[in-house]
Design a protein around this ligand. Structure first.
Ligand code: FES
Ligand SMILES: [Fe+2]
Length: 471
């Protein structure tokens, strides 16, 4: 047999392995769980989109090599659309927000009611940061704190103190350097590339899938950040699969889908995981778990919304019971009527990934957003942020742009605004440290990933490879 034919046979076999793995995943499938719900989920939730993405190990040095981090800077961070802040972080003209990534510092400013600018946060005189890293606030103009060069909110130069000494500067040309900026769903994105593809194209199916979940109307209820002890990719990957739930978060198994999660991906930039809540994991002996047991186990889950489960006097199914409680709690806490939203949108964990580092959750009940960034140029640590975004009945509602920075030794439970989620992040973070240290100690060349449950991680690395290869 010729080599090309051998290759064909091998690929055919590998594709079949993937199909078999997909068919053999444990029941109940996510689609079966939601098919029994009282209020049906919107079309986007019913979509299935997966394929075989490979079965080879992924080299471990990309998690700790400085050389690989340099490639990422040059070919990924300089090219991708990055979620920088929320529109409600800069609600009024003159409000600004500084977004930092590696050595870059970007100053995002609202210059008119409907106009947002992004500039390199560096003075054109001698380079001083115009606003401090990670800061936000209000400024009538953009004035350098060193010698006082000053720009309008649109980046035009206003004043050079002692301009008699700068006859060699063309004032009309001394505008702040612009960075591409665009918005989707109340999220402000920046792109350091001077000629990137449009954000709309970049986001692929995302805006269409999210059209029923109006992210622009949401407001930040919490924003917690922490430097965590692993490479940014290792941290991202912990949120791309549900396979780790049994070992890492065993307390969630009585009411969480894990090995029966659904995974989908579209194009280079978007993937999704959906986990049905209110039904026990197939990892448990489900025949011996009563509906009452499941409901009892969910009390911790719901408490983070400050609500108590009502008495289940009518013996309704656990998913509907949870959905009813959550609808009541969310309607009360947000002022938005949640009674018509489907069971799945109210209770399930439906999270999308936008390459390379942004994870917005869909639906209404678990309104989380994750963001991951390298911690400067240290490949062994990263910045992990958790944001909670709730529906708002008031379009003009403002929210607090303040970030609660936890210290490296702090438990996530110290951030009380995260409620019961803090325990889960502590468990994930323990895996971060062990993972990063273990990867460095390994005598194996790469990490092994499963065909289906870890396919989003393969998708992530394929896109990393594509960016590096294309550029
Ligand atoms: S460095 Fe900014 S005014 Fe001098
Ligand atoms: Fe986790």
């Amino acid at each position: 047999m010729k080599n090309s034919e051998k290759e064909k046979v091998r690929n055919h076999k590998k594709n079949n392995n993937f199909k078999k793995a997909f068919e053999n995943r444990p029941k109940p499938y996510f689609s079966e769980i939601i098919n029994n719900d009282d209020i049906c989920a919107p079309n986007a939730i019913n979509e299935v989109s997966n394929s075989f993405l490979g079965d080879l190990d992924i080299k471990r040095d990309r998690y700790f090599s400085i050389d690989f981090a340099n490639l990422e800077e040059k070919y990924i961070w300089n090219k991708v659309w990055q979620f920088a802040c929320r529109e409600e972080d800069i609600p009024s003209i003159g409000d600004y927000y500084v977004y930092d990534i590696l050595d870059w510092s970007i100053l995002i400013v609202r210059s008119e009611e409907n106009k947002i600018n992004a500039f390199i946060n560096s003075c054109l005189h001698r380079g001083t940061q115009i606003k401090p890293s990670n800061s936000c606030g209000y400024s009538k103009s953009l004035r350098c704190p060193f010698h006082g060069w000053e720009w309008k909110l649109n980046g035009d130069l206003v004043d050079i103190p002692c301009d008699w000494d700068f006859p060699h500067i063309n004032k009309d040309e001394a505008k702040l350097n612009r960075v591409k900026v665009d918005t989707w769903g109340g999220f402000i994105f920046i792109n350091l590339d001077s000629n990137p593809i449009s954000l709309k194209k970049y986001l692929s199916v995302l805006p269409n899938h999210f059209k029923t979940w109006n992210m622009a109307k949401r407001r930040k209820a919490a924003h917690v950040a922490k430097i965590v002890p692993c490479n940014w990719k290792f941290a991202v990957e912990a949120f791309l699969e549900g396979y780790h739930v049994k070992e890492t978060h065993p307390q969630a198994l009585p009411y969480t889908g894990d090995v029966n999660c659904q995974y989908d991906y579209w194009g280079d930039h978007i993937s999704r995981m959906m986990s049905g809540l209110g039904a026990p994991s197939p990892n448990l002996d489900t025949d011996n778990i009563s509906d009452e047991d499941t409901i009892e186990s969910m009390k911790d889950l719901v408490s983070y919304l400050d609500g108590d489960l009502n008495q289940n006097t009518n013996k309704i199914k656990p998913r509907e019971f949870l959905a009813k409680s959550m609808r009541d709690i969310l309607t009360k806490s947000t002022g938005v009527d949640h009674s018509k939203f489907s069971t799945s949108e109210i209770i399930d964990a439906i999270q999308y990934f936008v390459f390379p580092n942004f994870i917005p959750w869909a639906g209404y009940g678990v309104p989380i957003v994750y963001r991951f960034r390298p911690n400067g140029y240290d490949p062994d640590s990263s910045v992990f942020e958790v944001i909670l975004l709730y529906e708002s009945s008031d379009d003009s509602a403002e929210s607090n742009p303040y970030i609660n920075w936890l210290e490296p030794g702090d438990s996530w439970t110290k951030a009380e605004e995260l409620g019961g989620l803090g325990v889960l992040f502590d468990q994930d973070e323990a895996a971060f440290k062990a993972g990063q240290n273990g990867l460095k100690a390994s005598s194996k060349k790469g990490s092994t990933f499963s065909l289906y449950q870890e396919s989003r991680i393969r998708h992530f690395h394929k896109t990393i490879d594509n960016y590096i290869a294309q550029n």
